[in-house]
Write a protein that binds this ligand. Structure first.
Ligand code: SF4
Length: 688
């Protein structure tokens, strides 16, 4: 493919997928925002500096194979042979589930699709999952239970601008996706967040609960809505089922009890409900703050119950949605790189789905393995009797991003074969036996699906470095060395997408009517889009929900404590999150000079009184310890923090890793880890 001077594409980072135009200038690549609806000429600092990713100093430029304890340059043939040999050896000794695959929510739709097919056919393993499990799985589970379908936002982002009130529960878009804020200027914001974030600063009302108590809070809001007569009786009767049990649970959460548990005053609870209920047009949105809990699904169900009681979902100008985080957080969960799913967002246990996908793949359905292990369980099992002895990692950096990171690092070290495909030497790549240099973003073609279910074209501006290959070529190379027919693993993105269309046909996320030609012609296509004439579906549920009876479900939920209890040894709660200038594990953004300057390292936000009590000063180093381990971070005194809570961003490596503190408690259904609540103590750090 020839190099182009300019292309219209999208930012490489978050789920907003801001529209950009890239131009090759004499001094490198320049970027400018386009008028794409989600960003309308805006970009955040990450988007403006994205071209620097194409020039990072330590780009991986050759395959690397570990010899005599060190990673050393090797040819692609040698690297792929080492991988194939390792897989054959491990599989021969321990069976197909001894090989695992760990994918990523930043991979294109084509890569996510081919990875799932590769794992199940070429490797024959059930052990595939991806880092999106850590991101959106609780909202996905709750959305499917309530509506029969999960699409982050079942309406376009631009609809938010027409709202009177928007409730943001555990979301901080002013830092995580700033261009979204232009759609939130007109509505009054009600923000639920234990921190006074940049978003909370702009809110008409900020509720600041203790971390881990969002579910108690939203049960209390539902209680007030019901008791004070704010519910939409006609909507509830005509469009929902399951009200009785769900409302009954909320009846025990009277406002004073909620204040005792959450710390949110009764007056603020009442004001929040009044604002939401009196609004003509109103949205309830959740983010990771509400979702990353061992009760994440129930917490999101609590917010959906409130939205249903107020008559919001499936009504024009109102609704419920989840602000997905990763670049392809939406598409990444639809095409089969998840342990329990096949393409088309179908359950892997569904016999009809297995038959459909097996027919597209040209194999018998019984050849497809069953459900595997969720992301944390997969990582936790590495190197154990029943766990994988070999792991292939694509587009992920679990050494930094996984919970209980010290333990996960040890499990990765215990593998007989660790393969990492990446374009930068991430902390996980540093542990690998084989590192494969892959193409990135502006060097490849493909599609992404943004947080509103709109399928977008990622376009190639320039040729990749000499020895870099796309993840699709990597999959093809390993599969063929394992004896698979090459045509089963196409390397051209357009060809993979054509197959993905057929595999998704009739599924929840039906892409069968979407094509590169339609996208390149400028059509705005949101799935489901079941045929080539279909205009796509920007707004879901207006005529009914996706359950067979067309009604949404209230789900009866109740509050329970977080897995970690504070006490004398660990008197504080640590919560984690993101900052404006960094993205996810930071493997990419920590290498961009402007971003590294803006957010150079780990820090811990502490209330001044808490700092006083613990002998901490602004700018000094603190040691934060949980039952899992310790992290070291620079103290920032923040008077708006709760005195019982500290906050750490999770983008940083080494001893600043916030995930050295987080635990392995998982949501019973989504298997989401409890990133947002860890019991800790904090003290001055003393060098030893
Ligand atoms: Fe990129 Fe997200 Fe920033 Fe937009 S908001 S420029 S997609 S990181």
């Amino acid at each position: 493919m020839p190099e182009l001077r300019t292309v219209t594409t999208h930012c490489p980072y978050c789920a907003l997928q801001c529209g950009t135009q890239l131009t090759r200038e004499r001094r490198g690549v320049s970027v400018r925002p386009t008028d794409f609806p989600v960003n309308r000429g805006g970009l955040c600092q990450k988007g403006w500096t994205a071209p620097s990713l194409l020039e990072v100093d330590d780009r991986i430029r050759r395959p690397l194979v570990r010899r005599d304890g060190a990673l050393q340059p090797a040819s692609w043939d040698t690297a792929l042979e080492v991988i194939a040999d390792g897989i054959r050896r491990v599989r021969g000794a321990h069976g197909p589930d001894a090989v695992g695959v760990f994918g990523g929510g930043g991979l294109t739709n084509e890569k996510a699709y081919l990875l799932g097919k590769f794992a199940r056919l070429a490797l024959g393993t059930s052990r595939i999952d991806y880092n999106g499990r850590f991101c959106m799985s609780s909202a996905a589970g709750a959305g499917i239970a309530a509506f029969g379908l999960d699409r982050g936002l079942p309406f376009p982002v631009t609809d938010l601008a027409g709202a009177d009130v928007v409730l943001l529960a555990g979301a901080n878009p002013a830092e995580t996706m700033p261009p979204l804020m232009q759609h939130l200027r007109a509505p009054d914001l009600v923000v639920i967040d234990p921190r006074r974030t940049a978003t909370a600063e702009q809110a008409a009302l900020h509720l600041q609960p203790q971390p881990g108590t969002d579910l108690a809070l939203v049960l209390g809001l539902l209680h007030i809505a019901v008791v004070d007569g704010w519910t939409d009786a006609d909507y509830v009767r005509e469009r929902t089922t399951g009200r009785e049990q769900a409302w009954q649970r909320a009846m025990t959460w009277w406002p004073e009890r909620v204040e005792r548990v959450t710390g949110v005053p009764v007056t603020a609870q009442r004001r929040a409900v009044r604002m939401l209920a009196e609004a003509e047009r109103c949205y309830v949105l959740t983010g990771r703050g509400a979702e990353q809990h061992a009760k994440g699904v129930d917490t999101v169900s609590g917010f959906i119950n409130l939205a249903l009681a107020l008559g919001l979902p499936g009504r024009e100008g109102s609704g419920y949605g989840c602000l997905t985080g990763q670049g392809n957080g939406q598409g990444g969960r639809e095409h089969g790189q998840k342990a329990d799913q096949l393409p088309g967002y179908r359950a892997i246990t569904d016999q009809a789905a297995r038959e459909h996908v097996a027919a597209v793949w040209g194999v018998r359905p019984e050849l497809l393995p069953g459900p595997g292990l969720s992301a944390y369980e997969l990582l936790d099992s590495l190197g154990t009797e029943d766990g994988p002895r070999a792991l292939l990692v694509f587009g992920s950096n679990p050494v930094v991003s996984a919970p209980n990171a010290g333990h996960v690092t040890e499990r990765l070290r215990s593998l007989e074969l660790l393969v990492v495909a990446d374009f930068v030497p991430s902390e996980t790549a540093e542990l690998a036996d084989v590192v494969l240099p892959v193409t990135q973003w502006a060097e490849e073609e493909g599609t992404m699906t943004n947080l509103e279910g709109r399928v977008l074209r990622r376009r190639r501006l320039q040729v990749p470095p000499e020895h870099a290959r796309s993840d699709l070529e990597v999959v093809h190379g390993i599969a063929t060395r394992l004896g698979e027919p090459g045509h089963r693993y196409p390397t051209r993105p357009r060809e993979v997408f054509e197959e993905l269309r057929r595999a998704s046909a009739g599924g929840r996320a039906d892409y069968s009517g979407i094509s590169y030609d339609r996208l390149d012609a400028g059509e705005a296509l949101h799935w489901p889009c079941p045929d080539a004439e279909h205009p796509g579906t920007p707004r879901l549920f207006l005529d009914g929900f996706a359950h067979p009876d067309g009604r949404a479900r209230f789900v009866a939920v109740d509050h329970r404590d977080a897995a970690d209890a504070t006490g004398p040894a660990f008197p504080l709660t640590a919560t984690t999150g993101r900052v404006l200038a960094q993205y996810q594990s930071g493997a990419q953004t920590r290498r961009v000079a402007e971003l590294a300057e803006a957010a150079p390292g780990g820090f811990v936000e502490v209330h001044p009184d808490t700092a006083d009590r613990n002998g901490l000063a602004e700018g000094a180093l603190a040691k934060i310890t949980s039952p899992r381990g310790s992290a070291v971070a620079e103290v920032r005194l923040v008077p708006t923090m709760r005195t019982d809570t500290v906050f750490l961003p999770f983008h940083f490596a080494g001893e600043s890793r916030a995930n050295l503190l987080t635990g392995d408690a998982l949501d019973p259904s989504s298997r989401m880890p409890e990133f947002k609540v860890s019991a800790v103590r904090i003290e001055p750090h003393r060098e030893v």
